[in-house]
Design a protein around this ligand. Structure first.
Ligand SMILES: [Zn+2]
Length: 146
């Protein structure tokens, strides 16, 4: 495990974590969460320096609800693609949230094994929060992927 600053892993020091957190908190104010009243915001730094973000969007048919990470990944692709290098997900109080299992898979697909994630236990790399991940490499081992 790393410290909150990630220094123990020699983790990149060019991530403005407070800017990511501020954007994630701002996104909680835009969340559509009338059913749970549990607003979530997330922000991610892209390898080219862009910051992308998202909020949760609930639905009366609960299973259709979109996590904040879904919106962030959509914004990632809609604004030029690339890989996420650092991500922070928070509740409306700014407290760190751990992405759900589905969203860890989303972050895996749109980041790298070394993408950094703020967690309640400090900064961890994606390979630590989704070990033995199912990913593109598994499919490519069987058939080419575009
Ligand atoms: Zn999720």
């Amino acid at each position: 495990m790393t410290g909150a600053d990630g220094a123990a892993h020699g983790i990149r020091d060019d991530v403005d974590w407070e800017a990511l957190r501020a954007e994630a908190v701002r996104m909680t104010t835009l969340a559509y969460a009338p059913y749970s009243r549990f607003a979530v915001g997330v922000a991610g730094l892209v390898e080219d320096g862009r910051v992308v973000s998202g909020c949760n969007v609930e639905n009366a048919a609960y299973g259709v609800t979109l996590c904040a990470e879904c919106g962030m990944v959509s914004q990632l692709h809609a604004t030029g693609g690339g890989r996420l290098v650092a991500v922070w997900c928070v509740d409306r109080n700014g407290d760190t949230l751990m992405p759900c299992g589905r969203c860890r898979q989303l972050l895996w697909e749109n980041g790298t094994p070394d993408t950094l994630l703020q967690t309640p236990a400090g900064i961890l790399a994606m390979h630590e929060v989704l070990p033995q991940a199912f990913g593109r490499d598994v499919l490519e081992a069987v058939a080419p992927v575009d």
